[in-house]
Design a binder for this molecule. Structure first.
Ligand code: FAE
Length: 539
């Protein structure tokens, strides 16, 4: 067993498995699911969501002996479907793939302009959501583990200089000496063996992109991951059931990935003080005169129907519902007057981390291989470019046949910021972001990939993103901001204007990070929780 899993993790993993085996939605280590879902109406601490920031909060509260209830709107992904698998395959998606959709909405719209990528499905609380606003849509994970269930596993620590530019008030020395290493260790980060990478068919697509980048004088770097590369090598050798090598990623990995349910959340349950309640969406929050927070929670069924609305009280409230989820909960509370003293900064400082996707068409002799591992392990690092800094992940496109396409997700330094505002008519938060605000990202990405195309006499693909677009600038995988550290909160995530209310997720990061964000979200949550637990009284 790998060293990041302690005995307590194993107890937690056992609790997760036991809970799912019996079909319960309320899981906890002690007497797992013997209690009715609505039984606990008060917990000293409540954590909303179960993604990276939430999982850190749950573990550290549990370790500190604070009885903690985690409320997650998605499912516990631990029960096999009719095909014997928990998650469905990417190429043959079924209802498990997406959150209440009748058709999948993958980032690629078409192939050769044909509508062959997306499939009709039955509505269900599936694992990937795509929330659409007029000029931007946001992909997110739904379920116990949040984004860790669907993401590409790239575990990147930001450049220290850019981290200090983005969050100047955070002590960078402490982050890089203590909190980033701790986050990486807890998340089970590892790196691909370079000699295996250089010889395996499964990463031919990355090597082709590396060669093309080098011809343009660009640097490439290996990127760490939370996918277990020892497992991947066994997949390749035919000794283990294939997951990353069977095209699994955005609709979940059945094996190999160290998602949060196997790391932080398992450890949190292992403390014996943490309970997770699934299919429970927090809608409202108010504060009683004695300081107790009261949450309005909708429990929904597999058809999306609200089967019960309950109130849950707590003394300490930790919001980890992600950039959009946390910001919506706070905006609704502020604008409907249930937490009227929240700052006007709530809702501001949103960005999509400058995400743009693009693809190049290679020459016939530059085959990328029909076999492609779904976990990216290499990036083109041109962040030091003085005019157009870009960090571009070399992304897989595992279609099961040779297609000569090189795909990339570029992270650019886009100074534009959006605002999230509460719309009382629909009782939802809406992202205000105009298409023109993506232009800095497209310009930067274009400058990099024009250079690569020139050096290799290649062209862009026009058939993948709809409307003959060469740059997909209308979605992000990396929503950040909305409740920015030091503005809507103090320097440790304590929400201004509401004592004992904390934000612990990606909404703390002001819109841009320069790399994929989950290691930073985790490390920042570790830093903030250490301070809060040392200084604030928990009861
Ligand atoms: P997040 O993980 O989104 O968790 C929020 C949780 O709260 C979710 O489980 C929600 O269901 C739940 N929730 C929301 N609202 C409510 C509510 N009202 N009541 C109860 N529960 C609620 O938050 N990042 C990387 O660093 N590397 C990658 O390779 C990478 N690839 C990605 C690929 C895809 C397809 C996607 C979608 C994302 C990717 N990301 C990647 C981004 C990463 O997953 C994301 O930044 C983190 O998951 C955000 O963590 P948070 O803690 O902010």
């Amino acid at each position: 067993m790998t060293n990041y899993l302690t005995r307590r993790h194993m107890l937690g993993v056992g609790a997760l498995q036991a809970a799912s085996a019996f079909g319960f939605t309320r899981i906890g280590l002690t007497a797992a699911a013997a209690v009715e879902p609505e039984a606990t109406q008060y917990a000293p601490a409540v954590v909303v969501g179960s993604g990276y920031g939430a999982a850190v909060a749950a573990l550290r509260l549990g370790e500190a002996g604070v009885e903690t209830l985690v409320l997650e709107m998605g499912r516990l992904w631990n029960t096999a479907g009719p095909d014997g698998k928990v998650f469905c395959a990417t190429r043959t998606p079924d209802r498990r793939s997406m959150w209440f959709r009748t058709r999948t909405e993958a980032p690629l719209a078409t192939f050769l302009w044909l509508d062959v990528v997306n499939k009709d499905i039955n509505p269900y609380p599936g694992v990937l959501d795509r929330v659409r606003y007029s000029d931007m849509s946001v992909f997110m994970g739904r379920g116990v583990g949040g984004g860790s269930l669907v993401n590409g596993g790239m575990a990147v620590t930001p450049k220290r200089s850019y981290f200090s530019e983005v969050l100047p008030q955070v002590n960078a020395a402490q982050m890089y000496e203590t909190w980033f290493p701790k986050a990486r260790q807890m998340l089970g980060v590892n790196t691909v063996d370079p000699s295996w990478f250089n010889s395996t068919n499964w990463y031919r697509f990355s090597r082709v992109s590396r060669k093309h980048a080098e011809r343009a004088g660009l640097n490439t770097v290996f990127v760490p991951s939370v996918y277990d590369f020892a497992y991947m090598q066994r997949e390749a050798a035919g000794l283990a059931v294939k997951s990353a090598l069977a095209g699994e990623v955005i609709y979940g990995n059945n094996h190999g990935k160290r998602s949060l349910d196997k790391t932080y959340l398992a450890a949190a349950l292992g403390t014996g003080n943490v309970t997770i309640r699934t299919m429970s969406r927090v809608r409202g929050v108010r504060r009683e005169p004695d300081g107790t927070y009261v949450l309005t929670v909708d429990r929904t069924d597999d058809h999306g129907r609200v089967v019960a609305t309950t109130e849950v009280g707590c003394r300490q409230l930790f919001l980890g519902a992600g950039s959009l989820g946390t910001t919506e909960i706070l905006l609704r509370a502020r604008d409907r007057g249930t937490l009227p003293d929240l700052s006007l900064e709530v809702g501001r400082g949103w960005g999509g981390n400058g995400n743009v996707m693009t693809a190049r068409a290679n020459h016939l002799w530059d085959t990328v291989g029909k076999n492609q591992a779904t976990m990216p392990v290499m990036g083109i690092d041109d962040w030091s470019n003085p005019t157009h800094p870009v960090f571009a992940e070399i992304a897989p496109l595992p279609m099961g046949f040779e297609h000569w396409i090189s795909l990339y997700l570029a992270i650019t330094k886009n100074p534009e910021r959006g605002t999230i505002a509460y719309d009382s008519a629909s009782d939802t938060a809406r992202l205000q972001w105009r298409r023109s605000q993506n232009q800095p990202s497209v310009t930067a990405a274009k400058s990099l990939f024009d250079r690569i195309n020139r050096a290799n006499a290649t062209i862009y693909r026009y058939d993948l993103f709809g409307e003959n677009k060469t740059f997909a600038d209308d979605f992000t995988y990396h929503p950040l901001g909305g409740c920015v550290l030091g503005r809507a909160t103090d320097n440790y995530g304590r929400v201004k204007g509401s004592p004992r209310l904390y934000v612990t997720d990606g909404s703390l990061i002001p819109g841009s990070l320069g790399v994929n964000p989950f290691v930073t979200i985790t490390a920042l949550a570790e830093r903030n929780m250490a301070r809060v637990l040392a200084q604030d009284e928990m009861d």
